[in-house]
Design a protein around this ligand. Structure first.
Ligand code: SF4
Length: 479
């Protein structure tokens, strides 16, 4: 599974925006490693630099020196909608009759094709197959007839799906979160300006203070001189659809999302896992790094219940090995886990072990880890997972396996246990997740673990009364 993208935007008083944007993108690198880009505006013209690769490779000091202006937006991307090539790297920029637009998108629209077709019929020419360009063209069209706030509202009335956006219209930076708030977006204050970012860790990196989350359906407009911001609640939905996997897997543990520190949420999920399916073993160990916060909460709750179990690292990670899928053959992919993780035998040999991770997608890694622990002499291996079984794909911007590849799509927990070779296996329940997050089931997206989505996804079930906008009739929103 891969997070899709990270977005950021800043407006400063009398400092160039390029370097703060660059540092923010470093803080958001975990949200996308395929490409990185920055667009700035100096009051006269827009400047952009978008490049494939990690942030550190995509920019050199000369590139940053050409990005003039105290206002700008930035983006890191992992491909979701659209191809793996430079034309889909972001921010996406376009010049039109009433100015310039830059757009950075985190999420995925589920009606992009319908909007694209209609715009194409009106004469819009597209250079990519990504949904971000669809938003940019729709907004550019609306800006020909409406002021900025109304134009954004009109576009929001036509697009359906998951989106947290930072937008640059000439030198004005905007932040928009979709009406159900699927992806995170927050606003922070700097010594000399304001910042909008996917995660608060980016604000911390700039020595700023988190002000609050951008509300679902809200537009935030930063003053171009960094002196303040205005907000507009453009759409009010009765229910939200926050992606629960942001808390479980994607976001940095040191980020605050929807007013919760992600690290503490993961520890609470680990504590709940112990309450639901705790088993007393000699040692509790995380899969590094993904299972660490869960395992620490699990072990703490176990100790409080008087369990005689040690919390220890049993697997050491080699931080210099790249992503598994760049290995060309299946055999090499299978070996990759041995390159990435090495067991600490003294923690494992002759002992019973609880291995904790955040999720199981295909089951391949779990199988390999269990083999690794058995080879290192573990007597029993009990696997505990800090999320429910993933039974369905994500259409909202997470790069996840298809149903065919998801091990839990057509297998019972007992069949999965057997396949991965564990002595026991338990997942966290859906109620355990909602309780630990302190949210109603109806305010979360749980599509990949229930098969029912909070958006109108073609061919899938929905868990609420929601439907796509009718594109032909919706040329602009009411005031
Ligand atoms: S389907 Fe799953 S991963 Fe996708 S947004 Fe919903 S909860 Fe998140």
């Amino acid at each position: 599974m891969h997070e899709k993208c990270g977005v950021v935007g800043v407006s400063l008083t009398d400092r160039e925006a390029a370097r703060p944007l660059y540092y923010s993108l470093y803080a958001l690198q975990h949200r996308g490693q395929e490409s990185a880009g920055i667009v700035t505006h100096d009051g006269f013209q827009q400047h952009e630099h978008v490049e494939m690769g990690l942030v550190g490779d995509a920019f050199d000091p000369d590139d940053l020196d050409t990005l003039n202006g105290a206002n700008g937006i930035g983006h890191v991307r992992y491909p979701t909608a659209g191809g793996v090539n430079t034309c889909c790297a972001q921010p996406f920029s376009v010049s039109f009759k009433s100015g310039s637009l830059g757009l950075a998108h985190n999420g995925n629209l589920v009606n992009a094709e319908e909007v694209r077709e209609e715009l194409a019929e009106l004469g819009h020419a597209f250079t990519s197959n990504g949904d971000t360009e669809v938003i940019a063209h729709d907004l550019a069209r609306n800006l020909l007839e409406e002021d900025l706030v109304r134009a954004v509202k009109s576009t929001m009335s036509r697009i359906h799906g998951s989106y947290s956006l930072t937008i640059m219209h000439d030198e004005t930076v905007l932040g928009v979160r979709d009406p159900q708030g699927n992806r995170p977006l927050c606003i922070g204050e700097l010594e000399d300006g304001y910042v909008i970012a996917s995660e608060s860790a980016a604000i911390d990196t700039l020595d700023g203070e988190l002000i609050r989350d951008v509300k679902p359906g809200e537009l935030v407009v930063l003053h171009p001189n960094g002196s303040g911001y205005d907000t507009y609640q453009l759409v009010d939905e009765s229910r939200t659809a926050h992606c629960f996997f942001e808390h479980v897997y994607f976001a940095r543990p040191d980020s605050v999302i929807d007013e919760e520190l992600v690290y503490e949420v993961r520890r609470d999920l680990g504590r709940t896992l112990w309450e639901e399916s705790g088993v007393e073993t000699d040692v509790v160990m995380p899969v590094p790094d993904s299972g660490r916060s869960f395992a620490s909460g699990y072990a703490e709750a176990a100790a409080e219940d008087g369990a005689d179990t040690e919390f220890a690292e049993g697997l050491m990670k080699n931080r210099y090995v790249g992503r598994t899928f760049i290995m060309p053959t299946q055999d090499e992919r299978e070996r990759a886990v041995r390159l990435k993780l090495n067991p600490i035998k003294s923690t494992i040999e002759g002992r019973t072990v609880t291995l904790i991770d955040d999720s199981i997608v295909r089951g391949t890694t779990s199988t390999q880890l269990i083999e690794l622990l058995r080879d290192a002499g573990a007597e029993e291996i009990h696997v505990r997972i800090g999320s429910p079984e993933i039974i369905a794909p994500c259409y909202l911007g997470i790069d996840m396996a298809s149903r065919d590849e998801l091990i839990a799509a057509d297998k019972t927990t007992e069949e999965i246990r057997d396949e991965i070779g564990a002595d026991s296996l338990s997942y966290l329940s859906i109620e355990g997740v909602t309780n630990a997050l302190g949210k109603d089931h109806d305010d979360l997206c749980l599509g990949c673990v229930t098969g029912e989505y909070p958006y109108d996804v073609e061919g899938e079930q929905t868990d609420r009364d929601v439907s796509r906008p009718i594109i032909d009739n919706a040329s602009s929103a009411d005031d």
